[in-house]
Design a protein around this ligand. Structure first.
Ligand SMILES: [Zn+2]
Length: 85
């Protein structure tokens, strides 16, 4: 399973439970920890490498999850102003 597939599954399973709350640690050289918490108590946690973030998540946010952007990317130190990947 890829990060994106895992995340999509988590969102599909838990979005009906209420507002999902995304957060991320400060990016380090080897990536950052992405967390998405559901009101039901389940928390999705995944270490995201810079490569994942740029090729996978960012693409997904642009193409598939526009509405989830604010949830998945708290915009803390994450470069959302890239126009192309
Ligand atoms: Zn849930």
């Amino acid at each position: 399973m890829t990060l994106l597939a895992d995340l999509e599954e988590f969102v599909a399973d838990h979005r009906p439970h209420g507002l999902l709350t995304g957060d991320a640690t400060e990016p380090a050289l080897n990536g950052y920890l992405l967390t998405v918490a559901c009101p039901c108590g389940v928390v999705f946690e995944r270490w995201v490498t810079p490569l994942d973030a740029e090729l996978d998540l960012l693409h997904a946010a642009d193409e598939c999850h526009r509405s989830m952007r604010s949830v998945l990317f708290p915009a803390r130190g994450f470069r959302l102003n890239r126009t192309t990947v």
